[in-house]
Design a binder for this molecule. Structure first.
Ligand code: AMP
Length: 193
């Protein structure tokens, strides 16, 4: 794998453990020669992971919409910063550049990005791995909800396997490397197909 998009908070979070893991993941990416694709900002965990990769001698491509240049503060020390016109363009560009995806802890923006990429995988629009780095069990409630979706048959069991989870940066990178995409989803209630 040559490039991974990381979705993560534009805030640091309440505990230092989140930033520590953003930095650890950044160092792992650089050590494995994997280019970081991310939102192009300096704020929060986004800035922390970009700085960690650059400081470790790795490559970082940021993708930032013009209107967020001031609010999220554009990162000026990246390998490349691509400016785009909208949030949709940002996500599309990031998904084109990346061979896999990891969500670190974050807020609604991080979730929006992760859900879109997960649902594109469900529909077979891409076959790239979608990992959640479950730092300090931050994502346990979301994992429980996904298990519930499968249990209550709002999602096929095999689609549930699209969501890779691990509590460590090394672990999640290993899972991404070993990912086999499931068959594309069918309508659950249609027994005839
Ligand atoms: P948050 O997790 O809410 O701190 O947001 C993390 C990042 O997601 C920030 O860079 C937001 O600008 C970005 N974001 C929020 N909504 C979207 C969206 N609809 N498309 C692309 N990026 C988004």
């Amino acid at each position: 794998m040559k490039s991974i998009a990381v979705f993560c908070g534009s805030n640091d979070g309440a505990s230092p453990v989140y930033k520590e893991n953003a930095i650890l993941l950044g160092k792992e990416l650089a050590a494995r020669n994997i280019t970081l694709i991310y939102g192009g900002a300096t704020v929060g965990l986004m800035g922390a992971i970009a700085d960690a990769v650059m400081q470790a001698g790795g490559r970082v491509i940021g993708v930032l919409p013009h209107f967020l240049k001031k609010r999220e503060i554009e990162h000026t020390r990246l390998t490349e910063l691509i400016m785009v016109d909208s949030m949709h363009e940002r996500k599309l560009k990031m998904s084109e550049l990346a061979e896999g995806f990891i969500a670190l802890p974050g807020g609604p923006g991080t979730m929006e990005e992760y859900f879109e990429i997960f649902t594109w995988a469900q529909l077979g629009l891409h076959h790239k791995p979608c990992g959640l780095l479950n730092v300090d069990h931050y994502y346990d409630p979301l994992i429980a909800l996904f298990n519930k979706m499968a249990e209550e048959k709002f999602m096929q069991e095999q689609q549930r396997s699209i969501m890779l989870t691990d509590t460590t940066p090394q672990g999640i990178l290993q899972q991404l490397a070993g990912y086999t995409p499931p068959p594309v989803k069918k309508v659950l209630t249609d027994e005839r197909t």
